[in-house]
Design a protein around this ligand. Structure first.
Ligand code: MN
Length: 284
């Protein structure tokens, strides 16, 4: 099988704050263009230490339209509440998969208990695009707890992968998606090698959260670096230099125009104007 070649490696260019709760490094952004489809954004928050606080930090109520937000918590606690009546608290290993669709208003905060105690927060927020025909779908919310996420063992005791979405070696993840998307939380053991099979034509990305890996026998990827891969090819070979935590993302590209402004991502500038109007006139 042909290998997916690395096309580039993105480095952490520094953190900025989302609200007062999430110090994030933006590793993927819809401003990068169609290369990253079906993904729109990847923010890596933390690890960051927070002192105890009575008022949970975070982001106040804000809108989204046209895509899905996926929050993966590694450490700490995040609470969500939206105007579709969904709310929940997720902790280490848990995932929240929110479909903004035609429009949602939500707040994202540190969990109350976590805020009172203080501690380390580490999480990912990934934005997954919706194809034009689903951009105005009903908002939805999937709370996927750690216990619901199946674990696939890698060959040769190389480690394990929590399959959040998509499929790996026959193990299927619980997330319902609108287009084919794989979200794999992989832990590799030092010195071991894993070969990930990803369909030809899918875009693919590997983010190193902890440790360091040699990819395809040629490129070293360190902590807080993200490798981009060519759509052609079907395998990515990863050798762990140290015990490593990776987020492996792949998906079928959505070959439609992407026009984004802040929390709205649509197909045309006209649709963005509508989104802003609808938000301002209380139609969310
Ligand atoms: Mn949000």
């Amino acid at each position: 099988m042909a290998e997916k070649k690395i096309t580039r490696i993105a480095h952490d260019t520094g953190r900025h704050w989302v609200g007062d709760g999430f110090p994030v490094s933006t590793m993927l952004s819809y401003n990068m263009g169609p290369e990253i489809s079906p993904f729109l954004l990847l923010d890596y928050a933390g690890p960051a230490e927070f002192p105890p606080s009575d008022a949970p930090r975070g982001v106040e109520r804000h809108p989204h339209r046209g895509f899905e937000t996926v929050t993966i918590v590694y450490e700490g606690e995040v609470e969500h509440g939206d105007n579709a009546g969904n709310s929940g608290k997720i902790g280490p290993g848990d995932v929240q998969w929110m479909t903004a669709g035609r429009g949602i208003l939500h707040a994202e905060k540190h969990g109350r208990e976590f805020s009172r105690r203080g501690g380390t927060l580490e999480m990912i927020q990934l934005w997954v695009n919706l194809p034009a025909r689903h951009k105005m779908t009903e908002p939805g919310y999937q709370e996927i707890l750690a216990g619901d996420i199946p674990v696939a063992a890698l060959e040769d005791g190389a480690g394990e992968v929590r399959v959040i979405a998509g499929e790996l070696g026959g193990t299927r993840g619980p997330a319902r998606t609108f287009t084919p998307v794989n979200v794999w939380d992989a832990r590799l053991k030092a010195g071991k090698t894993a070969v990930f099979e990803i369909p030809d034509g899918f875009s693919a990305f590997v983010l190193v959260l902890g440790g360091g890996v040699l990819v395809n026998g040629t490129e070293e990827i360190s902590e807080r670096e993200l490798a981009f891969f060519a759509r052609e090819g079907e395998t990515i070979t990863v050798e762990a230099r140290r015990d490593s935590t990776l987020l492996v993302l792949s998906g079928e590209p959505i070959d439609e125009p992407v026009v984004g402004q802040g929390p709205f991502v649509m197909n045309t500038a006209e649709e963005i104007r509508h989104a802003i109007d609808d938000y301002k006139t209380g139609k969310f």
